[in-house]
Design a protein around this ligand. Structure first.
Ligand code: SF4
Length: 496
């Protein structure tokens, strides 16, 4: 999928029990996870004092000299990192840097640092509660709500677990958090449903503990995967290692299914399977579910990178030729938002090169991960037609997206989603394809190795794993169907 759909963040945390510097691990951990947020990055370390540095840009763009400088300026045996793409809040440079974690917050004499991935749903309610105690509280971004709740809990009881527990109980939404207390303890926890991933790993000698959004953050550092945090679980590092504590049990897990199709790196492990293996199975499912379409195709092509593994699975099962004729321009990272509106439809040409004589005169099955708004899909189909494709069939691994996401993916309204406005046949007509074939929800679930009750499938089934998100989705849908204009995330309106 080439629509640049954004998720808000990737997090990383590390503690060295032998008190050596962790900055290099944090740097590489973020670099390995930069796909989760490439607008800004932040580093924080602790050596008795907190040291912090945040900036715009991709992590690999940080100049070598600057890294040497930051190694000196960010000493400490405990560290946090964060990469972000904003899905809410101000978008000027200053706001972007400010809202990038790690954030460092104080209340009285208590300080904590936090990195956060996700989205809080009941923001107005939480702000109201915070302002009962701190009337001047100024809300800018979700991570503040978590840090405020923990800080006030710590100020009252000096008990991290109880403070985190009240956070888990009172806040609805997705939050995978890594933090550092002022005593220098690394901690990490997940919301009650575990919507966003967060895993824990150790160095070979077990002297360095790390937490990160995806297992690739461990791999890049040469660390070993230990476990994926359970929903409602808190992990706290101590001198001797770490302790796990199940604080809240909501009775179900709801890992975002879109992580498998699009967000996570293919070489990350989610739910005991490598993401690329799951995507290969997606491709095999498409072959099983749509044999006629595959039979009528001369070649398969894939939309890099997320369509590649599914295309391989489809090819492997059917023997149909997977023509590697669509390639990403490796060093083109411009995104649609920095182009002029009239240039927008040329983004695809800048990103993906398709070899036209491989397409000409052929029936082409295009494997892609999803169709969200449909704009770029239309451009791809148009391009293939121009190259002489006889038929264009779109085989899509993520089922039809019919509802918004409340948990950190920038699909905010029904109106913006082509799948909520049109039936599949109409979508094919709108994007100019001969057919659109989505993988079934059952096929997707089975391929992940998890059960329906362990996944969030909200945007494809209309059944959200948390009650307020469900209520908001129902209200928004009713408004949309009754022709009211949607103004974005209604749950974020009038909260400042
Ligand atoms: S609503 Fe969709 S994108 Fe959002 S967390 Fe659930 S599955 Fe993922």
């Amino acid at each position: 999928m080439l629509e640049n759909l954004k998720e808000s963040c990737g997090v990383f945390g590390a503690q060295d029990f032998d008190y050596r510097s962790v900055f290099p691990y944090v740097y590489w951990g973020l670099r390995g996870q930069n796909h989760r947020g490439h607008q800004s990055h932040g580093f924080l370390t602790f050596d008795g004092n907190f040291h912090i540095h945040k900036d715009l840009s991709l992590v690999p763009r940080i100049k070598r000299g600057a890294i040497q400088e930051w190694i000196m300026k960010l000493p400490g045996h405990v560290g946090l990192g964060h990469v972000r793409y904003t899905t809410s809040g101000g978008t000027d440079g200053e706001s972007l840097v400010k809202s990038t974690a790690p954030i460092l917050e104080h209340e009285g004499k208590t300080t904590i640092a936090l990195s956060f991935n996700g989205n809080i749903v009941n923001v107005p309610e939480i702000i109201r509660k915070i302002r009962e105690k701190s009337p001047n509280f100024q809300f800018d971004f979700d991570a503040q709500l978590i840090s405020r709740k923990i800080l006030s809990g710590l100020a009252e009881r000096r008990d991290l677990a109880l403070s985190v527990k009240s956070c888990m109980k009172e806040m609805e939404g997705a939050f995978s958090v890594a933090g550092i207390t002022q005593e220098g303890e690394l901690f990490a926890f997940k919301d009650q449903c575990g919507i966003r991933p967060l895993c824990c790993g150790l160095s070979e000698d077990r002297k360095i503990l790390t937490v990160c959004s995806e297992t690739v953050g461990l791999d890049v550092n040469g660390f070993e995967f230990d476990f994926e945090l359970n929903p409602g679980e808190l992990v706290v590092a101590s001198e001797d290692g770490f302790a796990r504590e199940q604080l809240v049990d909501c009775g179900r897990r709801a890992l975002c299914a879109f992580e498998f199709a699009y967000f996570s790196r293919p070489d990350s492990m989610l739910g005991n399977k490598f993401v690329y293996e799951v995507r290969e199975e997606f491709g095999r499912n498409l072959a099983r579910e749509y044999p006629d379409t595959v039979r009528n195709s001369d070649i398969i092509i894939s939309m890099p990178e997320t369509g590649n593994d599914a295309a391989f699975g489809l090819h492997e099962l059917t023997g149909k030729r997977w023509e590697r004729a669509s390639r990403r321009h490796r060093y083109v990272t411009e995104r649609a938002f920095i182009l002029l509106p009239k240039e927008r439809y040329t983004t695809i040409d800048r990103k993906i090169n398709i070899i036209d004589h491989k397409i000409s005169g052929k029936n082409v099955a295009v494997v892609d991960d999803s169709i969200v708004r449909g704009d770029t899909t239309r451009v791809v189909v148009k391009k293939l037609r121009k190259m002489g494709a006889k038929k264009v069939y779109l085989l899509i691994t993520f089922p039809r997206i019919m509802g918004p996401c409340f948990y950190g993916v920038d699909m905010a309204t029904y109106g913006e989603l082509i799948g909520s406005r049109y039936e599949t046949e109409e979508i094919a007509e709108i994007v100019g394809a001969d057919a659109v074939k989505y993988q079934s929800i059952d096929g997707l679930v089975k391929a992940t190795g998890l059960s329906r009750n362990e996944l969030c499938l909200g945007c494809i089934t209309g059944k959200y794993p948390t009650p307020m998100a469900q209520r908001l989705a129902d209200e928004m849908k009713e408004r949309f169907e009754n022709g009211y204009e949607e103004k974005g995330r209604i749950y974020e309106v009038a909260i400042h």
